[in-house]
Structures are given as C-alpha cells and as structure tokens.
Design a protein around this ligand. Structure first.
Ligand SMILES: [Zn+2]
Length: 226
C-alpha cells in the first residue's frame, strides 16, 4: 500500500515542524543536533535496501537546491583543514543543483592522517605517537606513563603544523555530514577513513547540521506543494 499525497504532505509538515522546533532550542541543548540530523536524513538522503528513499523526492519531483558558496577557509589559519564556514554555507539566489549533486558538494577538506600523530602527554609532558581512534574520539596512550587522554581538533592541528604529509585527502560532503551525524550512535562499521571523517564531523558538524536545517526550513517555506 502506498501513502497518499496528503499523507506524504503530512509527513513533510511534521518533519519541518520538528526541524523548526529543535532549531529554536538547540542552543540550549546540543543533543538536539542529533534530532535535526535524523530528520535531515529522512528528508534528504534516506535509502532503503540501497535504493533512494528520501521524503523530498516523494513530495517534489526533481527538487533542486541552492549550491554552497565555495569560499573555503583554513581551520585556525593552519591550512590542514579547510572548510566553508557554516554560517555562510549557502549562496542566495545563485545556481541550483539537483538533489544528488547538491548532497555531494564538498564542505570540509582535510590533509590530516592519523597514522603519525604526535601529541604531548598532559601528565608527563613527553611526546607520544600511539593512538587508537574509536567512534569519532581520538584517544592517545602515553608510552611513558600509560595514561590515555583524548585529543581535540586544536591539538591535532598543532601536532601537524609544518608537516603536511603526502596523504590521501579526506573530503566531507553535505551527505557525509548528515549521514555520519545521524548514524553516530548507531551500529556503524569502523574503518580508518570513516573514523577520520567521523572525527571531523564530530568536531565541526553541529554548526553544519544547524545551517542545513535552517536552509531547508526556509526552502520549504517558499515552495508551494500541490
Ligand atoms: Zn604520560
């Protein structure tokens, strides 16, 4: 049995209500970003048995959305991570792209590889290079005192300063941000590339999730769905 047009419209209205409500409250409660990401996934990049299953495609035939502005800036001015500032992510009144292309736009580029990360142990002040990354957190283990400590983006950028290596560039798209953020607490499989992306998204993702949500609410407020 298929959902009626009215039924799909109701699903869309509820999805947009959840986005609006949580956008209004996310500044006081960071965990609401997960709700936003989950709704964005349903709306924009859901798949079922590997087949496209997004709500937007069910209510608008061939949707097109505003492309991102391509002004990448360096994270902390160090050129290791470049990103489009989330607060100016979308161009206004510029060209539009079909959904799949829109989702594949790059928003973060990183030259960081974790294979040779050196950070200082906060306990005994020596430089350690062993790491394990699990579920988006990078944990370093000190070879001297055995303490483990978490590393944040600032530490990684400092540790890499002046030694960009010949690594495969990691790029992160709008789709990566939505899917990775929405799946973060699910049973996603782990490999080093995903972890690298996951870490960047965990650090920078909140603002993107909010910017995309805001854009989507505005987008639908201007569209008449028959
Ligand atoms: Zn130590």
């Amino acid at each position: 049995m298929n959902r009626s047009k009215a039924g799909l419209k109701k699903q869309l209205d509820e999805c947009l209500e959840i986005l609006s409500f949580n956008l209004d409250n996310v500044n006081n409660n960071k965990s609401l970003n997960k709700v936003l990401a989950g709704q964005l996934r349903i709306l924009l990049c859901d798949t079922k048995f590997n087949v496209e299953n997004s709500l937007i495609n069910k209510v608008i035939p061939n949707p097109s959305l505003d492309c991102v502005n391509n002004n990448f800036i360096s994270y902390k001015n160090k050129r290791l991570i470049e990103y489009i500032p989330p607060e100016s992510l979308f161009k206004k009144n510029e060209s539009q792209l079909p959904l799949e292309t829109w989702l594949s736009q790059k928003v973060i580029k990183s030259n960081i590889s974790y294979g040779t990360l050196d950070c200082k142990c906060p306990h005994c002040d020596i430089v350690v290079g062993t790491m394990k990354d699990a579920k988006c957190l990078v944990t370093m283990i000190c070879q001297n005192c055995g303490a483990s400590f978490n590393v944040n983006m600032g530490d990684i950028v400092n540790a890499y300063e002046g030694k960009i290596e010949n690594v495969k560039r990691t790029t992160i798209t709008i789709r990566d941000i939505i899917k990775n953020y929405a799946n973060k607490n699910g049973g996603t499989h782990v490999d080093s590339v995903l972890d690298n992306k996951g870490f960047l998204i965990a650090e920078l993702g909140d603002k993107y999730i909010q910017a995309i949500s805001k854009y989507i609410v505005e987008y639908f407020s201007k569209i008449k769905i028959s």
